[in-house]
Design a protein around this ligand. Structure first.
Ligand SMILES: *Cc1c(COP(=O)(O)O)cnc(C)c1O
Length: 375
């Protein structure tokens, strides 16, 4: 694959040591019999799927979760041999490929099993297809909702000569990251009622995303799907504090590409929304909304040589302007996420300014931003 963006100093820097630190903390905190599977969907939440998976593996992750089949295939192509679970629904037509690559998939309906079985048979697939039954206990996204439907599916999986391996059963909580646990408790009750109809539980019984493992550890089961926290981000934003220090792995930096003195009365960028009220120094930063640095960030700030500077005028597709305290050199370091000296800008603060969550900012960072890794 051609990498577009290799020759630029605007970069996403990933500290793999931070990822290992976060996983190590969780490894020592969880029950030793509970496996930690690293969630690396969406290009590892923007951090780079392969590099994150390898770091996670070194830190003790024994499996991986992704959202779509192609992400699982990318891990296999990179030589990852551990179990990989696709959390979303994969089209039944790919059942032979899934089985051949020894990938596990979430299944949320009897119809899926009924469609996949003849396709596997027609392709004379010899290896069983690993299935994790998804239970909808209140997330309302995918999965079995009633004990009756679930019982039929379990029977289908268990019948002699089935092309399936009933490998796991799981659910997903909608509010594990909130202080109020009313809805969480409601989902937990539903979960218990559903799994009560399964005569023999499969190898993996799992309910925990990062938030559940951090704040409801007792429910964990024997595997956790550890996602956002491994990147050093608090799943609750700022509502709950994590039981250990989460070390953010990602920073985003650039260099000033142009510096000029702007005379009082002159304007900046599309729409001429900003006009200098006095003579001032303006720097241009070669990043824009096409890089995932959102247009809504006008008025927010970056660090130039460690000093806070306001983003003035509209953020363009590929460039934006900042007001400098004084003349600085072209090539001066710009920190958009991360720290420089005593000052820092968190992904959380960027997300807050945009009215969204850090997950969205992280996975929105465009492929054309080169990822640079440090250990
Ligand atoms: C994305 C996802 C996770 C990981 O969630 P985090 O909040 O990032 O820990 C776990 N389980 C499912 C089903 C998911 O879709």
């Amino acid at each position: 694959m051609v990498v577009i963006g290799e020759h630029r100093h605007t970069q996403v820097k990933i500290d793999l040591q931070a990822i290992k630190h976060n996983i190590n903390e969780e490894m020592t905190r969880k029950d030793p019999l509970t496996e930690l599977w690293a969630v690396v969907k969406a290009n590892g939440y923007g951090h780079g799927i392969i590099q994150v998976a390898q770091a996670a593996k070194q830190a003790g992750a024994t499996g991986f979760c992704v959202a779509i089949l192609d992400e699982a295939l990318a891990l296999r192509a990179a030589g990852i041999t551990e179990p990989i679970l696709v959390l979303g629904i994969t089209e039944p037509e790919y059942a032979p490929l899934i089985a051949e690559k020894n990938i596990s998939v979430a299944v949320g309906s009897q119809a899926w099993l009924d469609q996949a079985a003849p396709i596997l048979a027609a392709n004379q697939v010899r290896t069983p297809l690993h299935v994790h039954l998804a239970l909808d206990t209140g997330m309302g996204r995918i999965g079995f909702q009633t004990p009756a439907e679930l019982a039929v599916a379990v029977k289908t999986l268990s019948v002699a000569g089935s092309p399936f391996d009933f490998e796991g059963i799981f659910t997903h909580f909608a509010t594990a990251d909130q202080a109020d646990d009313t809805y969480f408790t409601h989902q937990l009750t539903n979960w218990k009622a559903l799994i009560a109809v399964v005569p023999e539980l499969p190898k993996y019984v799992h309910v925990s995303n990062s938030a559940t493992s951090l704040w409801h550890q007792a429910c964990n089961g024997n595997m956790i799907r550890f996602g956002v926290a491994l990147y050093g981000l608090n799943p609750s934003g700022t509502e709950l504090s994590a039981p250990y220090h989460l070390q953010p792995a990602l920073s985003l930096t650039a260099e000033l590409s142009f510096v000029k003195k702007l005379a009082r009365g002159k304007s900046i960028s599309y729409g001429a929304t900003y006009t200098a009220t006095e003579d001032e120094w303006i720097g241009t930063v070669p990043i824009g909304y096409a890089d995932g640095y959102e247009r809504r960030l006008q008025g927010f700030h970056v660090l130039v040589d460690g000093q806070f500077c306001e983003i003035v005028g509209r953020v363009c597709m590929d460039q934006m302007m900042v007001r400098l305290p004084h003349e600085v050199a072209v090539g001066s370091k710009v920190t958009l996420v991360g720290s420089d000296g005593d000052n820092s800008i968190s992904l959380q603060s960027v997300a807050d300014y945009c009215g969204t969550i850090h997950y969205e900012i992280a996975c929105g960072l465009a492929p054309r931003l080169p990822r640079v890794y440090t250990e």
